[in-house]
Design a binder for this molecule. Sequence first.
Ligand SMILES: Nc1ncnc2c1ncn2[C@@H]1O[C@H](COP(=O)(O)OP(=O)(O)OP(=O)(O)O)[C@@H](O)[C@H]1O
Ligand SMILES: [Mg+2]
Length: 367
Amino acid sequence: MTPDLECDALTKRFGAALAVDDVSFSVPPGSFFSILGPSGCGKTTIMRMIAGFLAPSGGDIRIKGRSVLDVPPNKRPVNMVFQHLALFPMMNIADNIGYGLRRKGLPRAEITRKVGEVLERIGLPDIATRKVEELSGGQKQRVAIARCMVLEPDVLLLDEPLGALDLKLREHMKIELKALQAAFDTTFVYITHDQSEALVMSDQIAVMNAGRFEQVGTAQELYYRPETAFVAGFVGDSNRWSGRVETASGGTLGLRTEGGLLMQATAHGRPLATGDRAEIYVRPEAIRLARQDADLAQFDNRLSGRVTSLLFNGAASRILVQSDQGGPEIEVTLPQSGEFADLGRGDAVHIGWSGAQSNCFARTGAA
Ligand SMILES: Nc1ncnc2c1ncn2[C@@H]1O[C@H](COP(=O)(O)OP(=O)(O)OP(=O)(O)O)[C@@H](O)[C@H]1O
Ligand SMILES: [Mg+2]
């Protein structure tokens, strides 16, 4: 099937600065594609080129197989939802949503029908005559999306559309947006610097850093098998050590951290050899907590230590453990089974993890 959107070696220079550097990707029809990256990495610049507000310095953009470089923004089959929604405060909701249809010159009756349909679709059938100021933040967000969807674009671009909402509402809108995307069966390209938004909603995520895509994959691929140290550090939380490879055989690495800890790790096909400097990443939930070392016999990495902090956060609670063998504190997920309910600061614990759950990367740059 022809992808809804393809970018091919897309590049944008501002003077000497490369804001977008040779980015290629393709988005299949009806899917939710996110671009995740830190502030200033070039996300909005990509969106503005797709929407046609900015001319690329190089590369091509195709929508449903056809290059749109020569197509002006108002003729492209894409619409964009911005972080600051820009609903028209003087118009009621129906007029806001119908705005683009009126500009296209559709008959009044057809506009009314389409607006009614789309209001139904976003679950707000009774707000047509309300004013913008009479809606909640989440409702305004849905209206902003409805205003774009009523134009039936092939691709909807969303630039941090939840940025202005409070945390609780963002959590709710994540689920809502995913449901809206499925209901409209339209391709969404969503940009955010919030990894949890990207992980929850997306079919595919591109992790972007300094103008380039570091990795494109499903949430699970990025989370469990990051291809670069940047992705490992940016997506989810990890314990991280710097060290050196002491042995490498049969895909298993023996490492010594700068703090002197010895660790086993699976290479996962990454090119690491004896003597290489390495970064080691292990997620807090990959580490098992136990009262005695004997309970951790199945793990090739085991340490003893003391609890230095309890970070209670419901189901996401963690502890910090200072290992008796030295090195930085280690963050460990606290099981909610009740078994550790009375755990306190200063308690002696044992921790263990499988080297297969580690991700190691060769360390480049200065020591
Ligand atoms: N019109 C412009 N002229 C010069 N530089 C620009 C222009 N627009 C963007 N830039 C620069 O290009 C880089 C990428 O900007 P962009 O807005 O794409 O980042 P972003 O990933 O969307 O960041 P944020 O998450 O903060 O919105 C930044 O360094 C920015 O300063
Ligand atoms: Mg931006």
